[in-house]
Design a protein around this ligand. Structure first.
Ligand SMILES: N[C@@H](CCC(=O)N[C@@H](CS)C(=O)NCC(=O)O)C(=O)O
Length: 197
């Protein structure tokens, strides 16, 4: 059985939980709150020397950090990770977009609003850059039901995680009709679980 070290309020960790649920896999969840130092213990640092959640531990004990790498691992051989070469590259395109142009703004703005109010001065710049990422998604989703191809892939799961809670970070999703329809579509996937299940 898989072991997942994660924090329930984290979108990066939710990606893993959602993927496992959609695949119908059973797993044990170990709640680790970085704010309580749980990711800096010697035992945790053996799983991920960077001291961050999520970490997936395989049934044979090998640890795998990085949420999007975990998605690729879990989705291998399934409908969530296309076999076509160009489609796979497009999925990677969105996974890298998520980590470099979306999560550092949308997720960090949310973390500041929820947990680090002393960093509020950073919010205007984060929100401007996050809006740019959301607009890229809106334009794409105005023409396509999913980010890649005709069905949901791990690209959609990776970007759903923080987009659906963007308003907690101070973003308004009111002006993103295609994005809202896509968010709804994800919740209709068989096996979907909400973030705080
Ligand atoms: N690129 C990593 C980011 C992981 C990450 O930033 N995790 C946060 C929680 S969302 C964390 O563990 N922070 C604790 C720390 O940085 O000390 C991923 O996608 O898994």
């Amino acid at each position: 059985m898989y072991q997942v070290y994660g924090m329930a309020a984290s979108g990066n960790c939710y990606k893993v939980k959602l993927m496992l649920s959609l695949l119908g896999e059973t797993f044990t969840w170990h709640e680790c709150d970085p704010r309580q130092g749980a990711t800096r213990t010697p035992a945790f640092l053996k799983l991920n020397p960077l001291g961050k959640v999520p970490v997936l531990v395989l049934p044979d004990g090998r640890p795998l950090p990085e949420s999007n790498a975990i998605l690729c691992y879990l989705a291998e051989g399934s409908r969530w990770w296309p076999s076509d070469r160009f489609a796979r590259a497009q999925v990677l395109q969105w996974l890298f977009f998520e980590q470099y142009s979306h999560e550092p703004y949308v997720a960090v703005a949310r973390a500041i609003q929820l947990f680090y109010p002393q960093r509020a001065a950073e919010l205007p710049a984060l929100i401007a850059k996050g809006e740019a990422a959301l607009q890229v998604m809106e334009q794409h989703l105005g023409r396509h039901d999913y980010l890649v191809g005709e069905t949901a892939t791990i690209a959609d799961l990776a970007l759903y995680a923080y987009t659906h809670v963007a308003e907690e970070g101070g973003f308004s999703l009111r002006n993103y009709p295609a994005l809202n329809r896509w968010l709804e579509r994800i919740t209709e996937l068989p096996g979907f679980i909400p973030m705080q299940a």
